[in-house]
Design a binder for this molecule. Structure first.
Ligand code: TXA
Ligand code: MG
Length: 318
């Protein structure tokens, strides 16, 4: 069931049940982070492998003191500037948090979503919320309550509707590998913004958050129909134009039916393109097509995260 009732969401979560929650990035599938049994339900419902850890969502920064150890100075700076917002920090966990949340890692991923409804919910609860994106494992992340319902309605008692996500792409994950600020996943907070605050940061080569299993996690965010990235004009001759979907940055391409084309941002605005990306992929995936061709966007600002998601969507056969 979809609705806007925070009280209902609160009481379900307090009973150890799952609730779909809106955030500015993508919708999450939330449970009490201190309740190992409730958290194990998330893994079951998503069909998510147990080695893939979850992000813990907080309503105010002071809450980290409940389950996090020492916080590096640059993490504090980033939190002060960008939380709430599309940034997740990897920090040392304490025993207060069950191991299942972090898949046994001594580090916990922490984030404060910038969404009024969810901040109100979080601040009304006596515990933080563990939540991955609310999609079946490996599929495209949801950016509306209806996306969540389309796939998980039968498995989740309540989905809190906070409207379409305003950022539309998952949070940027930043950790401190050997003390060096390192981006584990490109996302809704641009690298440039982070560097403005704390200086140069390293970016993990494949931008997967678990280097131990890069191959497995590359095939994230994938539609069911194959997706190929490149210059549309060069790729098109290999396919039937009437059975090809296009995900283009600014302009439609002639020859392919307009109804099979998604333009991410007519004005070339990265934020708008990010907001439209997953809904566009879902839409094309719902049509009767052979293939989706996607054009990369310029590799700067949020464009980096958009290209990262396109590459992962294209890596599905791996
Ligand atoms: O924007 C977001 O981050 C959304 C919303 C719902 O908050 N959440 C999200 O969660 O994208 P999920 O589970 O789909 O992706 C979280 C990523 C996973 O790939 C996981 O491997 C990584 O974060 N992660 C979580 N905890 C980690 C840890 N302790 N160490 C390394 N990576 C971690
Ligand atoms: Mg996910």
């Amino acid at each position: 069931m979809i609705g806007k009732d925070i009280q209902r969401a609160k009481s379900l979560l307090e009973k150890g049940q799952l609730v779909g929650i809106p955030t500015e990035t993508v919708y999450g599938l939330a449970a009490n982070a201190y309740d190992a049994k409730a958290v194990s339900e998330i893994f079951r419902v998503k069909n998510r492998p147990s080695f893939d850890p979850l992000i813990v969502h907080i309503g105010c920064w002071e809450q980290v003191a409940d389950f996090v150890g020492e916080v590096p100075v640059s993490a504090r700076k980033l939190a002060a500037r960008f939380m709430p917002g599309p940034l997740t920090l990897l920090l040392p966990k304490t025993d207060r948090l069950p191991d299942i949340v972090t898949a046994g890692s001594p580090q916990v991923a922490v984030r404060m979503p910038n969404h009024e409804l969810t901040l109100d919910l979080l601040n009304s609860l006596a515990f933080p919320l563990a939540a991955p994106s609310a999609n079946p494992f490996g599929y495209i992340s949801p950016t509306t309550a209806q996306h969540v319902a389309d796939q998980l309605e039968a498995l989740v008692p309540y989905i809190l509707d906070g409207g379409p996500c305003t950022v539309g792409i998952e949070s940027t994950i930043l950790g401190f590998e050997y003390g060096v600020p390192t981006i584990y996943r490109k996302g809704g907070l641009a690298l440039e913004m982070i560097e403005e605050e704390i200086g140069p940061v390293r970016v993990k080569p494949f931008s997967t958050s678990r280097p131990q299993a890069p191959g497995m996690l590359q095939s994230h965010y994938a539609p069911r129909i194959p997706l190929k990235i490149g210059r549309i004009r060069e790729l098109l001759p290999d396919f039937d134009m009437n059975r090809t979907g296009l995900l283009v940055f600014r302009r439609r391409v002639s020859g392919v039916p307009e109804a099979h084309q998604v333009v991410l941002s007519k004005n070339g605005d990265f934020a708008e393109a990010a907001r439209n990306l997953f809904a566009g992929m879902r839409h094309l995936d719902s049509l009767d097509l052979d293939i989706i061709l996607a054009e990369p966007v310029p590799e700067m600002g949020l464009g980096r995260a958009i290209n990262d998601r396109l590459k992962r969507a294209a890596a599905q056969e791996g």
